[in-house]
Design a protein around this ligand. Structure first.
Ligand code: APR
Ligand code: PHB
Length: 390
């Protein structure tokens, strides 16, 4: 097999890259080790920066996003039994966020690719990447019982944090930076209309909680938990009880409903630099992870592939490698801004078992500051809706 670009991973990064390249007349093959059903059902984040929603719409992949995505102009921060609104759009010259599940983006992109009869292989196994420093890198994999080799000009490593591409880079090339957090999030999807029109990020003595949504009928909610929390210890009634305590306010009720899905996510910050080795380009979670508190993971992945698609287009069209050579640095500027913002939101809102009263007072003072100072609120808002130029 041959393709101009071999893409490992059919998450949002790999699928969006394939789509953007196709629109520029560049052929790619996407290889995914899980099944289509698995990929289309994996429950993930759901907040898009406006620029990312626009990217998908402008690329012809946002038809359902435009119909079903819910535009939000603010978020709420809760602490000390009060809610405070951060008016995102007022503070950012009218920019907003769009609530639309990552799962739905993945489904839309898969449908487009399958309908166009373009190569997207699920259930591949034993994926390995080779000759990355040559002009003819290749990807070996098994599919339908046979071993195959895909030769390409460039390999895009869009295979997430646990993928094979980043570990294929020889030792000593990458610098890695990381932080583990001593907690995770227990998330649920519930068949109940969201109890609030906007997202609520709640600081609480029992731990953080988040109210989010997926549609007018579906709520998405999270509580801070242990990183290795055992779901068996969390029957539905306990989850609702904890959510009621952490999100509850006088005069407001959190409506409960059947829990359709639950899961625990660990929290980590991680960056690998550079995001390139020879003809291998890393994008999305393969190169960096953020804790979900700033809602940046999906957005960063799509910012990466937008730049990668532009750089590859310029390389094929004009034979100039300038953009490809600048790819890693350009991505990393935004990545580190998001790393800081996500770490900051996480530090601001979670309960740390190691924290003493001094730490708690600092958190509350900072929360009061970002909800009362226009300068501080604007800083949060522009990071949340997405910095235009980094
Ligand atoms: N071979 C082929 N595919 C692989 C391999 C492999 N060896 N290893 C992993 N994959 C696939 C995974 O099954 C997954 O479908 O690569 C894909 C990576 O997708 P994501 O993990 O969704 O990563 P990315 O596309 O970068 O999107 C980032 O996902 O984790 C969230 O919060 C994160 O929203 C962010 C987004
Ligand atoms: C979600 O809706 O899943 C969600 C929203 C905001 C976050 C993280 C997750 O910060």
């Amino acid at each position: 097999m041959r393709a101009q670009v071999g893409i490992v991973g059919a998450g949002p990064a790999g699928l969006t890259l394939a789509h953007l390249l196709h629109r520029e007349g560049i052929e790619s093959v996407v290889l995914e080790d899980r099944g289509r059903e698995h990929v289309e059902q994996r429950l993930r984040a759901g907040v898009l920066e406006q620029a990312i929603a626009d990217l998908l719409v402008d690329a012809g992949a946002g038809e359902r996003l435009r119909r079903e995505g819910i535009v939000h102009h603010g978020i709420e921060l809760q602490f000390d039994s009060e809610r405070h609104r951060i008016p995102l759009s007022d503070l950012t010259g009218g920019r907003a966020i769009v609530v639309y599940g990552q799962t739905e983006i993945v489904k839309d992109l898969i449908r487009l690719r399958v309908d166009a009869d373009l190569p997207l292989l699920f259930d591949v196994s034993d994926v390995s990447v080779h000759d990355l420093e040559s002009e003819r890198p290749s990807i070996r994999f098994s599919h339908d019982g046979g071993e195959q080799i895909l030769e390409c000009d460039v390999v895009a490593g869009c295979d997430g944090y646990h993928g094979v591409c980043r570990p294929s880079i020889p030792a000593g090339v990458l610098s890695e930076f990381s932080r583990e957090y001593p907690f995770g999030w227990l998330g649920i999807l519930a068949a109940v209309p969201p109890s609030n029109d906007e997202l609520v990020y709640s600081h609480h003595e029992r731990g953080f909680a988040l109210l989010s949504l997926r549609s007018p009928e579906l709520s998405r909610l999270y509580v801070q938990c242990r990183p290795d929390e055992d779901l068996a210890e969390w029957p539905d009634a306990r989850i609702w009880e904890e959510l009621q305590l952490r999100l509850g306010l006088e005069g407001w009720t959190l409506a409960e409903g059947p829990i359709l899905e639950k899961g625990v996510t660990g929290m980590r910050s991680y960056v690998a630099e550079p995001m390139r080795f020879g003809r291998l380009f890393l994008a999305g979670d393969a190169a960096h992870i953020v804790p979900p508190t700033g809602a940046k993971g999906l957005n960063l992945a799509l910012h990466d592939v937008r730049l990668l698609a532009e750089a590859l287009t310029s390389w094929y069209r004009s034979d100039s490698s300038e953009l490809l050579d600048g790819y890693s640095d350009a991505c990393l500027r935004r990545v580190w801004r998001a790393e800081h913002f996500s770490w900051w939101m996480t530090s601001l809102l979670h309960r740390f078992d190691s924290a003493d009263d001094f730490d708690l007072k600092l958190q509350l003072s900072q929360l009061r500051y970002v909800t009362s100072s226009i300068a501080a609120a604007t800083s949060l808002a522009e990071n949340y809706v997405g910095i235009e130029r980094v």
